[in-house]
Design a protein around this ligand. Sequence first.
Ligand SMILES: [Zn+2]
Ligand SMILES: [Zn+2]
Length: 388
Amino acid sequence: MTNQLKLPHHNALTAFRHELHRHPDLSGREQETAERIAAFLKQYHPDQLLIGLGGTGVAAVFNGIALSEGPTVLFRAELDALPIAEANSSLPYKSIHPTIAHTCGHDGHMAILAGLASLLHRQKPATGRVILLYQPAEETGAGAWAVLQDKSFTDLLPDYVFALHNLPGVPLHQVVVRQEVFAAASTGMVIALQGKSSHAAEPENGLNPGEAMAEIILVLNRVAANKAQFKDLTLLTIIHARLGDIAFGTNPGFATVMATLRAYKPRDLQLLRQQAQQAATRLANRYKLAFTICFEEEFPATINNSDAVGVIQRAAHKTGLQVQEAGQPFRWSEDFGHFTNRYKGALFGLGAGISQPQLHHADYDFPDELLASGASLFYAIAQEILNP
Ligand SMILES: [Zn+2]
Ligand SMILES: [Zn+2]
């Protein structure tokens, strides 16, 4: 079925995906990628092209024939790549940066939106408008929020928002939907402990935070292990710990513990966060250490609207794509949750193939077959809403 899907300019879109892959940019520094996108989209004559949204974001607006009548439908892709050294040394379009690569497939998501632009250019929707948004800094959780603070963006007043993420391990082209929570909420926690360093031969003259650090790691794990208090899956993973510098002559005076907190339900994350903060505060005080606790890279849960999920299902059937409902939310987080918090919309998955390496793995590469199915599905979603 899916091999019948064709895109105008399919070869040019594939070449464009490879060009984006060759030139990846890190979160918040996507100027070059944004320039490539804006230049490429011009051939499809969008009615409006906005740049610099929330930093480096780009939006292309395509008006329908009866503009004043219908709603505005937004589709989002992500501009950023990851600080990962690519393992696919044989790729002809291998990343030119030895330590940066598109191992989350955002190059593919961007090319899918360019494919949608080619479809909209060929045939305008009957009513309303379509916005293609290329958002910065998804991987750090900062970009969606930044775009939503930008008045040039909020003035566009979207009525519906949609995004897809490719899913390795799911059959190619299979559409994965879920009502309610699609992806977990998460936040990074940083605990910095300050004691006093001294000579290693005179530990009694210093204040070594090592014991407090070890107890904090244990107590944080215990807080998360107390499952009965949470309504749904709630996790805490210690991701980093450091005690002083490496010097045998020194009794260390500082320590850092970092953890990632994660939950499907916003209230569970709130509870975990409070308890983790209280437990770390109690221990730091007991050991008479100065300390700071801060939270960064905060992602809300992505919560889907049921009408929007219905639109995706109908559009997938019309496109001839199989639809599967996910039994559980995904454990990873997506900052698209900021958009679904504010607008009616949904995030869904598109299968990237059973044997495809997982996201963020060094040997991952986006499957080009998804350009046609992704763009056709987005176009069908727009038609469901704008050509009633
Ligand atoms: Zn990612
Ligand atoms: Zn991603």
